[in-house]
Design a protein around this ligand. Structure first.
Ligand SMILES: CC(C)(COP(=O)(O)OP(=O)(O)OC[C@H]1O[C@@H](n2cnc3c(N)ncnc32)[C@H](O)[C@@H]1OP(=O)(O)O)[C@@H](O)C(=O)NCCC(=O)NCCS
Length: 232
């Protein structure tokens, strides 16, 4: 097995990878991501929604897979999209789901997505890279693969005209790696007190040590072209 993040092969997520990536996330994302575990949410609960969404994340051109060249296995994925002023949310559709858990999950994600109005905050920004789901299996963890996947997605985002990157970071390791890449925390959602229609939704015994979700962002513009908040 590869020893370092740099010895993996990074490539764009393609249509051909969709089933493989969904199976990978069923195994390595849902059982280990705090919002999913805290809502007792499994891959099965998300089945109808996830295949279509992964296809959309293929089309964005900013989703990346990491492969271990020694065995061909997936060693990490980042699913991301590009938001524009005309299309500034991605989770609304699943709010119509008949499944309560799916609706609850997407309510949480929609609250996070709407918590900061980036297009109002940064007047010059018209394309935003939104990092949605980051997954690295436990056996590959802690050697910078998550970090490298974020950087690979950022590189593609910049090439496609994105000036800002955002993430709804729901777990301590992702919050930590984004912070170290220069992302700032702009909003914090406390899992303990969060309620929908007066009810607390998270099982705090299953949040895997993460107390809150954080909306984080980083300007991607280079120093010569530095963007300022509210710049016209
Ligand atoms: C989040 C995840 C992608 C990180 O992948 P990774 O390849 O291990 O990430 P990296 O090695 O680049 O960096 C992880 C950072 O978090 C730290 N970290 C790892 N596990 C941690 C833990 N349980 N508590 C605190 N910090 C932790 C690492 O030490 C590292 O920080 P450092 O660079 O300061 O040492 C991976 O843990 C994962 O797939 N988790 C399950 C799904 C999930 O929660 N995704 C994120 C949702 S937004």
């Amino acid at each position: 097995m590869c020893e370092s993040a740099d010895s993996l092969e990074y490539s764009n997520l393609t249509e051909d990878n969709v089933e493989e990536v969904v199976a990978f996330m069923a195994q390595h994302f849902y059982p280990r991501e705090p919002v999913s575990t805290g809502l007792h949410m499994t891959y099965e609960d998300n089945k109808e929604w996830i295949h279509g969404s992964v296809r959309e994340w293929v089309r964005s051109g900013v989703s990346v897979v990491a492969r271990d060249p020694t065995n061909g296995h997936l060693a990490g994925t980042i699913l991301a999209t590009i938001l524009t002023r005309d299309q500034s949310n991605t989770y609304q559709q699943a709010l119509m789901s008949p499944k309560t858990k799916v609706k609850t999950l997407h309510t949480v994600l929609s609250v996070l997505e709407a918590a900061v109005d980036f297009f109002a905050r940064y007047k010059q920004v018209d394309r935003i890279l939104e990092l949605a789901m980051l997954t690295v299996p436990e056996k590959y963890g802690g050697r910078g693969i998550g970090r490298k996947l974020v950087q690979e997605s950022e590189r593609r985002g910049v090439a496609l005209g994105c000036q800002l990157a955002t993430a709804q970071a729901t777990a301590v390791p992702s919050q930590r790696l984004l912070q170290r890449l220069g992302y700032e925390v702009l909003y914090t959602l406390d899992y303990t007190t969060f309620q929908i229609a007066g009810d607390r939704v998270f099982d705090m015994d299953r949040m895997l040590g993460t107390p809150s979700a954080k909306v984080m962002a980083r300007l991607l513009a280079d120093d010569n072209n530095k963007l300022q908040e509210n710049q016209l």
